[in-house]
Design a protein around this ligand. Structure first.
Ligand SMILES: CC(C)(COP(=O)(O)OP(=O)(O)OC[C@H]1O[C@@H](n2cnc3c(N)ncnc32)[C@H](O)[C@@H]1OP(=O)(O)O)[C@@H](O)C(=O)NCCC(=O)NCCS
Length: 177
């Protein structure tokens, strides 16, 4: 799949099916998303999309000539307790496997962080968690300014009695505003 030219735009409700298909495909590759393919449901997609529309952010990348063909997505949203309202959490990013390694994930992430920096003065912290073996994602997040905050030992169960650490990371817009 050729990823150029493409468009980055805010997601809409009409994107649910496209995001569902994207997540189904991305989750087939082991070692990226936490959920495996059978755990990707329409309800899961609708749930994070509603929360992102309500108080967070959600962007998609589409082909320029077909704005319904979703090749990448990113979202994050606020947690419910009031003490966390200055945080965007549960951040997830997914790029179609045919389009990975071509700069899309970086561009999509930069769009999200610029939106927060310039249009969300209420947000003082953005957080995510990546499995330790997902070094390509962790490297990207560090390049974008995320800092590693610790190590959740044995948080990921890879099956066959094999576990790995999850790495919590955070980005602070005040340091870039
Ligand atoms: C992780 C992910 C979002 C990155 O998006 P991407 O479009 O593939 O990445 P980009 O092409 O924008 O590359 C950005 C950086 O990632 C790293 N990277 C990308 N591909 C890489 C590879 N094959 N090997 C090592 N590092 C790589 C590099 O640091 C790269 O920076 P560089 O261009 O200066 O070398 C994407 O690969 C993905 O969706 N993976 C599956 C789902 C997933 O893991 N989601 C994150 C869960 S925490």
């Amino acid at each position: 799949m050729d990823v150029t030219p493409f468009i980055i735009r805010k997601a809409t409700l009409e994107d649910t099916n496209g995001i569902f298909e994207l997540y189904k495909r991305v989750s087939k590759e082991i070692g990226g998303l936490a959920r495996i393919e059978k755990e990707i449901s329409k309800t899961y997609i609708e749930n994070f999309s509603y929360k992102s529309f309500d108080n967070g952010l959600q962007f998609v990348v589409t082909e320029a000539l077909n704005e319904q063909a979703i090749i990448a997505e990113i979202h994050c949203y606020q947690l419910e307790p009031g003490v966390f309202k200055h945080i965007l959490s549960e951040l997830t990013v997914a790029v179609h496997p045919d389009c990975q390694g071509k700069g899309l994930g970086r561009r999509l992430f930069q769009t999200l962080l610029e939106e927060i920096r310039f249009n969300r003065p209420d947000i003082l912290r953005v957080e995510l968690i990546a499995r330790e073996s997902n070094s390509k994602a962790i490297q990207l997040y560090e390049q974008l300014g995320f800092k590693i905050e610790g190590r959740f030992e044995n948080r990921i169960n890879n099956g066959n009695n094999s576990f790995e650490a999850d790495i919590p990371m955070a980005w602070f817009p005040s340091k870039t505003r």
